[in-house]
Design a binder for this molecule. Structure first.
Ligand code: URA
Length: 205
């Protein structure tokens, strides 16, 4: 059974923000980020989506999933019959990790230490939102939520139990679809992603 929701979830999320803003021991890359990017969406949402980390556009906007991956996620949610505004969206890692290369900021994947660092924040966020189902987008989210290195492509479509005791539905990250080599693979990947989201939506009720 999932760990208990805090008695005042909104207060718990506000405390989480405060704490993240004042942590003296943030990973080094956090200092280069514009701001932490917190989750957004209604408390008590039946679906909670967890991505990897904010990207370039999310870092600037201060909102999750507003860049290219977010736009793809929006299209997939719409096709799956999920209203984005009814869902809670967040990330495993709350700061944008990048390599500064000239004027471009190149996304760097979080390592195991980064995921471990932010895990308590994510766990408290899951507890506060108390969703019916957590949807894990990609390998970083899955590692953050389960503490295990499960192969996403072999586990997708399955529901596993997360460290917080909440059910976690496994699927790919939308960025994975953007990186597929050819248009046909991207189209097929998108259809499969929509099917996963529809299944998650149905199993969350
Ligand atoms: N945008 C996010 O907010 N999270 C991701 O994982 C990718 C893009």
């Amino acid at each position: 059974t999932p760990i208990d929701a805090p008695s005042d979830p909104a207060l718990a999320l506000a405390a989480l923000r405060e704490e993240l803003l004042s942590r003296p021991d943030l990973p080094e890359f956090a200092a280069r980020a514009t701001q932490p990017v917190f989750g957004e969406g209604p408390l008590g949402a039946s679906l909670m989506f967890v991505g990897e980390q904010p990207g370039d556009e999310e870092d600037i906007a201060g909102r999750p999933f507003v860049g290219p991956a977010g736009r793809l996620l929006d299209r997939a949610l719409a096709q799956a019959g999920v209203e984005r505004r009814d869902a809670y969206l967040t990330n495993a890692v709350k700061h944008f990790k990048f390599t500064p290369t000239g004027k471009r900021r190149i996304h760097q994947s979080p390592d195991a230490g980064d995921i471990t660092y932010y895990r308590p924040f994510l766990a408290r966020e899951v507890a506060a939102v108390a969703p019916q189902l957590v949807v894990s987008l990609g390998a970083s989210a899955l590692a953050a939520l389960t503490g295990k290195k499960l192969p996403v492509l072999k586990t997708r479509g399955q529901v596993v139990t997360g460290l917080t005791g909440h059910p976690v539905f496994v699927t790919v990250h939308p960025s994975y679809l953007l990186r597929l080599p050819d248009p046909q693979a991207q189209a097929d990947g998108f259809v499969a992603f929509v099917a996963d989201l529809r299944a998650a939506h149905q199993s969350a009720g």
